[in-house]
Write a protein that binds this ligand. Structure first.
Ligand code: ATP
Ligand code: MG
Length: 366
């Protein structure tokens, strides 16, 4: 249940801008409001401003313009160690010569906690990341995955209400990475902590987050729950950045309510949903997901427009089939179909007819 307390913004960026050199804005007019307990991921290409946002929130950088508030309070007035923020960095930033116990005890000593209390908290934090046996080990004697757990435990040891994580799993192999994604999510839910997580792995962002903020060029391009981000991208950057996506370019030929007819540069007319286009004659990039393409007209209705396509490649992947087509001059048009009993298995060179429901094809900015 969401009560008034949870509704209130816990973390707020209010028209925040940041420039390091007084000229170029690397964060441009950022607005973001997070309720307590939310797991929010900042996702975006390298240099888009993710770490800068995290650093401003943690208090290691100051905003050039605008306000950042934590639990209703302007953050500039609170010294970093009193903000109750735990941080996990990509390179862990552990003290290699110290033991695991000493590393975890350190943030508690800074907070002037007595020995007995420190021991209790360190023990609990280690158990949380399943490293209870490792207190006496030196950091240099741990594997990468174990170090990552200790870095996480150190961020949690002083019961922070907010944890910031900057690509915490970047150095791990795929399997360990997936395991830790699950662990971090579980711990965050169990302890009801608010998390701002940074990654440029979109699968990680989609599977872990309550909401994802897609960054590009110092701006949030879209802020939405994972399903909405994938199914309803608001612009062509987000459509191409999140998930696999087919793009076709053309011009709006006709708009009627929530349908638009697009004439493709490579020939042919298609049915689309106008998203951020509004005028006949306007250029557009249309976006269609590989799993939403239909073969033939069975499910499309008589008035639907279809395109001719040539099969270039058919890849059997076990659970799904992946077919690469040449469509309207695009040689990289991907279609994914489920491996079902009657599902077509195409041959390279075959000519087929494809189409889609207008609602599955989004006409976006060119
Ligand atoms: N201390 C700094 N001084 C000057 N410029 C900086 C500094 N830190 C970052 N920048 C610049 O600010 C921009 C945003 O950098 P930032 O580190 O926030 O990106 P990022 O989204 O975290 O990228 P990555 O995914 O590569 O970590 C970049 O153009 C970067 O070069
Ligand atoms: Mg970064």
């Amino acid at each position: 249940m969401v009560d008034a307390e949870e509704e209130r913004a816990f973390v707020e960026f209010d028209r925040v801008q940041k420039s390091y050199d007084g000229e170029v804005l690397v964060v441009k007019d950022l607005n973001l409001s997070m309720p307590k307990g939310e797991f929010l991921t900042m996702l975006g290409p390298s240099g888009s401003g993710k770490t800068t946002c995290l650093m401003m929130l943690a208090g290691f950088e100051t905003a050039t313009h605008g306000d950042i508030r934590l639990d209703g309070q302007g953050i500039n007035n609170i010294p970093p160690h009193k903000r109750g923020i735990g941080m996990v960095f990509q390179n862990y930033a552990l003290f290699p010569h110290m033991t695991v116990f000493e590393n975890l005890s350190f943030p508690l000593e800074i907070r002037k906690m007595n020995k007995a209390e420190r021991e209790g908290k360190v023990k609990r934090a280690l158990e949380m990341v399943q490293m209870g046996e490792f207190g006496a080990r030196r950091i240099a004697q741990l594997s990468g995955g174990q170090q990552q757990r200790i870095a996480l435990a150190r961020a949690l040891v002083f019961d922070p209400s907010l944890v910031l994580m900057d690509e915490p799993l970047g150095a791990l192999d795929k399997q360990l990475r997936e395991h830790m994604q699950f662990e971090i999510k579980r711990i965050a839910d169990d302890l009801d902590i608010t998390v701002v997580y940074v990654t440029h792995d979109q699968t990680e962002a989609l599977t872990m987050s309550d909401r994802v903020a897609v960054f590009d060029d110092g701006r949030i391009q879209q802020l939405a729950p994972p399903d909405q981000l994938y199914e309803e991208p608001e612009n062509s950057f987000v459509a191409q950045f999140i998930g696999e996506n087919n793009t076709l370019e053309g011009v709006i030929e006709e708009i009627q309510g929530n349908q638009a007819l697009v004439r493709l540069d490579g020939g042919g007319l298609i049915d689309t949903t106008p998203v951020n286009v509004s005028k006949v004659g306007e250029r557009t990039k249309v976006s269609i997901r590989p799993e939403r393409v239909e073969f033939g007209r069975d499910r499309l209705g008589d008035s639907a427009h279809t395109l001719k396509a040539e099969v270039l490649e058919f890849i059997y992947m076990g659970d799904i089939f992946r077919t690469r087509l040449r469509v309207a001059g695009n040689d990289d048009f991907i279609v994914k179909t489920r491996n079902a009993v009657n599902q077509a298995r195409f041959q390279p060179g075959q000519e087929i007819e494809i189409g889609w429901l207008a609602e599955d094809c989004r006409a976006l900015d060119a």
